[in-house]
Design a protein around this ligand. Sequence first.
Ligand SMILES: Nc1ncnc2c1ncn2[C@@H]1O[C@H](COP(=O)(O)OP(=O)(O)OP(=O)(O)O)[C@@H](O)[C@H]1O
Ligand SMILES: Nc1ccn([C@H]2C[C@H](O)[C@@H](COP(=O)(O)O)O2)c(=O)n1
Length: 223
Amino acid sequence: MPSDRLVIAIDGPSGSGKSSTSREMARRLGLAYLDTGAMYRAVAVAFLDAGVDPADTDAVIAATTGADIELSLDPDESWVRVNGRDVTAEIREPRTSAVVSTVARIPQCRADLVARQRALMDAAPSGVVAEGRDITTVVYPDADVRLLLTASEEARLARRGTELGGRLSASELRDQVLRRDRDDSALVEFQTAADGVLLLDTSDLTFDQVVEAILTLVKESTS
Ligand SMILES: Nc1ncnc2c1ncn2[C@@H]1O[C@H](COP(=O)(O)OP(=O)(O)OP(=O)(O)O)[C@@H](O)[C@H]1O
Ligand SMILES: Nc1ccn([C@H]2C[C@H](O)[C@@H](COP(=O)(O)O)O2)c(=O)n1
């Protein structure tokens, strides 16, 4: 990797604040922003569109490897297309969140998406902030800065609840945050930091405090 590029890898469980803080970091540092979860979500929409049964692993693999995924790497512009269709809003809907772990739990799907993610990261001219579950460990273990964001279950549930404006019941919320984390942990570890990965517990920090803390960690790690 040329030394004039900066690659920041951020992992963490659902609701830890990865997407919002990574996007802001990318803005502040003039880097691209890659939301790898959006790619898993786009595949979930593609297999729902195709009427694929989530229990049919071969069909989910075929839907993944055959999916044409396009997404914005501009932190100020958010859009995702799959197979030519704009799915920016649909990937965030509860019905997508309910099935997306199906993709995350199939090794062939992960391998396909990991290769695409690396290619996107390598192509970002100034560098990139990429976030997900396995960026620090699998997708880009050579990143200049590797960070695991955590937060207590209570904080994560409260944040997602606020974000969804109280539209979900307590049990639906637990399904979207805690059950999903359990299922997503089948093949990757994102609750404890791997060797060399920095850890930041955001439970008691405001959004601005988290951004400032990460900027400080980036400065310390790269100076
Ligand atoms: N430190 C914080 N304090 C309070 N709210 C926060 C904080 N960080 C992020 N948030 C808010 O919490 C919600 C979840 O954050 P975000 O979507 O960034 O999490 P995430 O880790 O990317 O979750 P997921 O993996 O499920 O997409 C958002 O509404 C975001 O604005
Ligand atoms: N690197 C990644 C990114 C995401 N996933 C899976 C796990 C999540 O349930 C789903 C959606 O991610 P989110 O938008 O909630 O960050 O995608 C993964 O396994 N690895």
